[in-house]
Design a protein around this ligand. Structure first.
Ligand SMILES: [Zn+2]
Length: 382
């Protein structure tokens, strides 16, 4: 009988690996409790053992101030929006929300070229030329053909004539622009590829900034195990074990592009995916004067290190642009204002950890919200 049970258990273990008892693992204890070495409360089994990680949402008992900041202190330019409205009615509703929360202009990173881009010109720029700017995409079709480099530059010039005032969002999380995961590694269109030289030159010539998303949050390159930093909400972005270059290799390709095309301005979105290491980001900004960053979707980086982030934003106040990348809900904008302007503590965020208000001084807020955008973007009339 005992043998039978043993066989049954072994068979089960083959199908579903038995959960490791992490609590006896020294590395786990250090990651969980810090250098002092061990739990002050002895774990004992209970109902919480079977809760799903993705459902965990503790309700704090902490009583702290909650500040509602309905409108930005200065009219703001959101440099990182997408095609968040698809009909004239939706565009009007978006403008109404912008008025309510204090956004004077939204930069729509369409990523579109050709007829698709032209349609968006009709939808956004015809009715609201003063409230939106459109960034176009990069032509990536048939990038192996000899005519490709000139074709990409020509399509950019065409979109500029139609009204594009920048390019973006150009994304390379390892599979290259155009995201061809099936292309062999050496044929993927990474930013420093010589095939893109005429395109980058044309961006400089037309004075068009380029919003680039290179690499991703570094946690994407870490396994989805007990040490994974971000919540399960983010697991579909994970790249661990995939056929892509490392985070550092991708950032290096971006930096080579900045060095190779010093007259082309890049706005590396999401704090350049270096928001977890503000000293590294500062060194990178010092090295490449044509690099700017937007803060879109990195509320959880600045919100968890409010003092270091406030110092960084003050020191690099000419290099960081405000952007959201999270749709167009009123409450979303107001959450950003609360984060930047208030001194609130322990505010809810989009991730495990809570945020702390940055209480940014007025001059820093002004350049973050609109001053830099006014410097960095292309304001030429159509
Ligand atoms: Zn985006």
């Amino acid at each position: 009988m005992r043998q039978l049970i043993l066989i049954a258990v072994t068979a089960l273990a083959g199908a579903v690996p038995l959960a490791k008892n992490w609590q006896t693992d020294a590395d786990w204890v250090r990651a969980r409790y810090g250098a002092w070495g061990g739990p002050g409360v002895n774990p004992a089994p209970g109902p919480m053992d079977s809760l799903a990680l993705k459902d965990y949402a503790p309700v704090p008992s902490l009583m702290v101030r909650e500040t509602l900041v309905p409108k930005a202190k200065y009219p703001a330019i959101d440099v990182h929006a997408h095609v968040n409205a698809r009909t004239p009615e939706e565009v009007t509703a978006w403008v109404r929300t912008m008025d309510e929360v204090g956004i004077e202009m939204s930069i729509v990173l369409t990523g579109a070229t050709g007829a698709q881009f032209d349609k968006l010109v009709d939808l956004y720029l015809k009715p609201y030329p003063g409230r939106f700017q459109l960034f176009c995409g990069l032509e990536t079709r048939d990038s192996d053909n000899p005519d490709y480099p000139e074709r990409a530059a020509a399509e950019l010039a065409r979109c500029y004539k139609m009204g594009a005032r920048g390019v973006g969002e150009l994304t390379d999380k390892g599979t290259g622009f155009g995201r061809d995961a099936k292309a062999p590694r050496d044929r993927r269109l990474h930013p420093d590829d010589p095939r893109l030289d005429p395109f980058w030159k044309k961006c400089a010539e037309l004075n068009l900034p380029v919003n680039v998303h290179i690499a991703d949050h570094p946690s994407c390159w870490k396994p989805l195990d007990v040490y994974q930093e971000r919540t399960p909400d983010y697991q579909h972005f994970n790249l661990y074990g995939k056929d892509v270059p490392s985070w550092a290799e991708l950032i290096a390709a971006r930096d080579r592009t900045l060095a190779k095309h010093p007259k082309t301005r890049l706005i590396a979105c999401h704090l350049g995916n270096q928001g977890h290491d503000l000293a590294l980001l500062a060194a990178t900004l010092d090295k490449y004067p044509n690099l700017y960053v937007d803060i879109a979707a990195r509320d959880y980086e600045v919100g968890r290190a409010p003092r270091a982030a406030a110092r960084f934003l003050a020191r690099y106040r000419n290099r960081v642009l405000f952007g959201t990348d999270m749709g167009r809900e009123k409450s979303m904008f107001q959450a950003w204002w609360r984060l930047f302007e208030s001194a609130d503590e322990f505010m809810p965020g989009r991730i495990w950890w809570r945020y702390y208000g940055l209480e940014l001084p007025a001059p820093v807020l002004e350049s973050l919200y609109r001053g830099n955008a006014r410097q960095v973007l292309n304001w030429a009339g159509k």
